[in-house]
Design a protein around this ligand. Structure first.
Ligand SMILES: Cc1cc2nc3c(=O)[nH]c(=O)nc-3n(C[C@H](O)[C@H](O)[C@H](O)COP(=O)(O)OP(=O)(O)OC[C@H]3O[C@@H](n4cnc5c(N)ncnc54)[C@H](O)[C@@H]3O)c2cc1C
Length: 413
């Protein structure tokens, strides 16, 4: 079988890249080890966030919001989004300062962000009760997709409309290289010839790149959330709430509340050190982590820690040393590209990131700013340093960076 582009992995990043390559007129095959969206993407909270740590990510995030909200217009397939808006809340002086900085910064980068008084938060959010002095930002652009599989289904349908072949249960087992160029992929059942191969294998991105002998510096780290049982006191029209000093996020879900957060001592997990059959279903989950995070907002959102749990799920983030996406051509190996380094926001950034990557692949020129996401930017980094930096990024998701490291804060979900 031949194609212009083979994408490895049918998660949000792989499918968006495939769709946009097809929209640019390329023939595309997606090879997926299991089923589309079965790993990180199908377990995401579905949150989109316009406030980001730098201008490029703000641009990608806002473009993604616009593209998700208008999916039917450009992709020809309906997609329902909740235009809920979101509150960012800080309860400490340090985090208040931090949000004030984000307000100025994000506005400078074009995002619609406004200071909100506590009365507005109380009026708009049924599940959050302010008990101390707080500082809040209102982000009207923010949206969520109630069930993450809806975005995957929409990408799949749009891909099929454009003739993309999505081959499920077809793991890639080899990436042949001839004279410094990749020539396609070998799957469990066949060879697919293509001049361009995109590694969008999520938590497995390193081992897939290693099939071509390429190092990709990413550290997979566990992330979890829970959904409480239905509660008539929770208004399904409520906005998203992120309490930055507690590193937690909340939104209405299935009549209950979705609650997730970022622990200070996260769990790295490298699928390369697991049995070959390892999938996200084998990831050890730990509800105590979420209960401890919920305790930090127990006065404001008692339900987060006490309501019966209807679903507890988790998956792997791919954390990069600087908290930014890893997307672009692999150095010294013509034809191999990476779409990864989600740092917790690969689901919500997938519309714009896939679009930008496809433009780069099909025109040969990186769209403005994208060259900064090159997989080459870290040089060679030993694994322990890579993991330590990835864990730091995860643990400081909503936190100020220490002095001298302002650019290393990662904030997505
Ligand atoms: C609990 C949780 C909540 C989250 N919440 C949000 C959120 O609110 N907003 C947000 O933006 N992000 C969120 N994220 C992060 C988001 O899910 C990821 O950034 C995103 O899904 C990454 O997409 P992906 O395509 O890189 O990876 P994946 O969805 O994991 O897809 C990779 C695919 O590659 C396949 N694959 C692996 N090896 C091979 C192989 N050898 N051959 C073929 N295929 C292969 C896998 O089977 C998999 O389907 C959350 C993540 C978790 C776990």
């Amino acid at each position: 079988m031949d194609a212009d582009v083979v994408v490895i992995g049918a998660g949000a990043l792989g499918l968006s890249t495939a769709l946009h390559c097809a929209l640019a007129g390329r023939s595309v095959v997606v090879a997926e080890r299991g089923t589309a969206g079965s790993q990180a993407s199908g377990r995401a909270a579905g949150l989109f966030k316009s406030v980001q740590a730098d201008e490029l990510r703000t641009r990608l995030a806002r473009r993604s919001i616009a593209r998700a909200a208008s999916f039917g217009d450009w992709a020809g397939v309906p997609l329902e989004v909740a235009r809920s808006g979101s509150f960012l809340i800080a309860r400490t002086a340090q985090h208040r300062e931090y949000l004030a900085r984000e307000l100025a910064q994000s506005r400078g980068w074009g995002a619609d962000v406004r200071e909100a008084d506590p009365a507005t938060v109380a009026e708009r959010v049924s599940f959050y009760r302010a008990v101390r002095e707080e500082f809040a930002l209102w982000c009207p652009e923010d949206i969520y997709i109630a069930e993450p599989t809806a975005l995957i289904e929409a990408y799949l349908a749009a891909c099929r409309l454009r003739g993309v072949v999505v081959a499920e249960n077809e793991p890639v087992t080899g990436i042949p290289v001839t004279g410094g160029r990749v020539t396609g992929v070998q799957t469990a059942g066949r060879a697919i010839t293509a001049p361009v191969v995109v590694d969008a294998a999520g938590g497995w991105v390193r081992q897939v790149a290693e099939l071509a002998g390429a190092p990709v510096p990413l550290a997979p780290v566990r992330h979890q959330l829970l959904i409480t049982g239905p509660d008539p006191g929770i208004d399904p029209a409520d906005p998203i709430v992120r309490v930055v000093d507690a590193a937690v996020y909340l939104r209405p879900s299935r009549g209950g509340l979705m609650f997730g957060g970022f622990e200070a001592d996260p769990l790295p997990l490298d699928p390369r050190q697991q049995p070959p059959s390892f999938t996200t279903d084998d990831l050890p989950l730990d509800q105590i982590v979420l209960r401890n995070l919920a305790a930090q907002v127990s006065a404001e959102v008692p339900a987060a820690g006490t309501a019966p749990v209807a679903e507890h799920r988790g998956g792997l983030f791919t954390m990069s040393p600087d908290g930014r996406f890893v997307a672009g051509p692999v150095p010294d190996l013509t034809g191999l590209w990476v779409a990864s380094g989600c740092n917790g926001s690969g689901f919500s950034s997938s519309p714009a990131l896939g679009e930008a990557l496809a433009t780069w692949i099909t025109t040969g020129a990186p769209p403005p700013g994208m060259a900064a996401l090159s997989p080459a930017r870290f040089g060679t980094l030993p694994d322990d340093a890579l993991i330590a930096r990835g864990l730091w990024q995860y643990a400081h998701y909503y936190d100020p960076a220490p002095a001298g490291q302002p650019e290393t804060v990662s904030r997505g979900t």
